[in-house]
Design a protein around this ligand. Structure first.
Ligand code: PLP
Length: 404
């Protein structure tokens, strides 16, 4: 993998911040966009812009073709069985809200239970809580060990005959843990319980094969995998999506409407009410083609090296606690300088041109687990370099001197 060549594809990376070269380590929040994705957006608006699905004119047909090609690309990328299993949403959050609402309506009765892991992003907690409140359901929490690995053995103990779904993240956005979702799915399926995998932090790092995983549902966000914001996917096995009621009503999701009776469109349009983000879908198509041109295996190998290098160098500094030391991790390092506030560290790093995220990372239960108010999070992508990690470490040493 030629990282210097890849960096040239991302115009934002050549910027200076406060006169220093930008070091962008906030990739778990959102990734930067390659020129081909930026071009695809401009090209869409300058050449094909027209609403999809409801026009017979040339532009509308062309826009529809790009939108549906994006669906086919996602199907291929995650190896879904059918294009009908790919529902476009505005992101992982909307995908999970869609599922939580529909699943609750279809299957949840008072007293039923759901299992959610302790390391979930708020967007895989709150939609289920809202549903549980509405339907009178109970949430059980699958905890994790201090090293950031899930207590998988506990799953069997939490499952009972009222358990209706297990919701788990593939990769923790705070701890970097790559969960053994295949094994979790096997355990749940042995009890006929479906599983939702939150793949918001996995899609850009790991090859995902939904048929091999055998997950029932999966959520992802385009902007985490080099596409535009405002486009994401809910994958669902066809038989579930057929059974589930729609989440929102409106245009494009109907077959016929009358004041007496409305019938719904075939999958996946039943779940895509209103004008979808068709330009975003086009950008996702381009982004996934771009990732394929580099190869997820190559990306994963390189990011693993970055993670190993960063972990070793940060540990060598001393006086720094890393949160999340699971055996299998994606390229995310959360840490605190002992005795210093994460915001202060983040601000010092910012002045050196290093963009990291500070705070709870939308995972307050993880903060509660460690009894902390937040962490500094450095998350790496394929365009980051070892030299940039050196700059981060120089910044940590400087912050340590200034704050302690
Ligand atoms: N799940 C995880 C693990 C995440 O890291 C994020 C965002 O950071 C989300 C869900 C929500 O993604 P979005 O804000 O794109 O909907």
């Amino acid at each position: 993998m030629d990282v210097q060549q890849i960096r040239k594809d991302f115009p934002i990376l050549s910027q200076k911040i406060y006169g220093k070269p930008l070091v962008y380590f906030d990739n778990a929040a959102t990734t930067q966009k390659p020129q081909c994705v930026l071009d695809s957006i401009v090209n869409f608006y300058t050449t094909y812009n027209s609403n999809i699905h409801r026009g017979v004119h040339f532009l509308s047909e062309k826009a529809t073709e790009i939108y549906e090609n994006a669906r086919l690309k996602v199907k291929e990328f995650i190896n879904a069985k059918s294009r009908t299993e790919i529902v476009f949403t505005k992101g992982s959050t909307e995908a999970i809200n869609t599922l939580a609402y529909s699943f609750g309506e279809a299957y949840i009765k008072p007293g039923d239970e759901l299992i959610i892991s302790e390391m979930e992003h708020h967007s895989n907690i709150v939609p289920w809580q809202l549903m549980a409140q509405r339907r009178g359901a109970i949430i059980r929490v699958l905890p994790f060990y201090d090293n950031g690995e899930l207590m998988e053995d506990m799953l069997e103990k939490l499952i009972c005959d009222r358990t209706k779904i297990v919701c788990v993240t593939y990769v923790s956005n705070t701890l970097g843990t790559v969960n053994d979702v295949e094994s979790i799915i096997k355990t749940a399926h042995a009890h006929n319980i479906p599983v939702l995998v939150d793949a918001a932090q996995a899609i850009q790092h790991l090859k995902i094969d939904v048929q091999k995983l055998d997950c029932d549902f999966l959520a992802l966000s385009g902007h985490k995998v080099y596409a535009e914001t405002g486009i994401g996917v809910l994958y669902g096995k066809e038989h579930f999506l057929e059974e589930l009621p729609p989440y929102q009503g409106g245009g494009d999701m109907i077959k016929n409407v009358s004041f007496d009776l409305t019938t719904f469109a075939e999958l996946p349009l039943k779940f895509e009410a209103g004008t979808s983000n068709f330009v975003g879908a086009g950008s996702l198509l381009t982004a996934l083609n771009y990732v394929d041109s580099i190869g997820l295996d190559n990306i994963a190998k390189y990011e693993e090296q970055l993670l190993e290098y960063a972990t070793k160098k940060i540990e060598e500094i001393g006086g720094v606690t890393i949160y999340g030391n699971a055996k299998h991790k994606a390229s995310i390092v959360s840490f605190n300088i002992d005795g210093a506030h994460h915001y202060d560290v983040g601000m010092i790093l910012d002045k050196l041109g290093v963009a990291v995220r500070t705070g709870t990372h939308c995972t307050e239960p993880i903060m509660k687990h460690y009894n902390i108010t937040g962490t500094v999070r450095a998350s790496f992508a394929m365009y980051n370099t070892f030299e940039e990690i050196d700059t981060l470490c120089e910044g940590i040493i400087k912050a340590k001197k200034m704050l302690r």
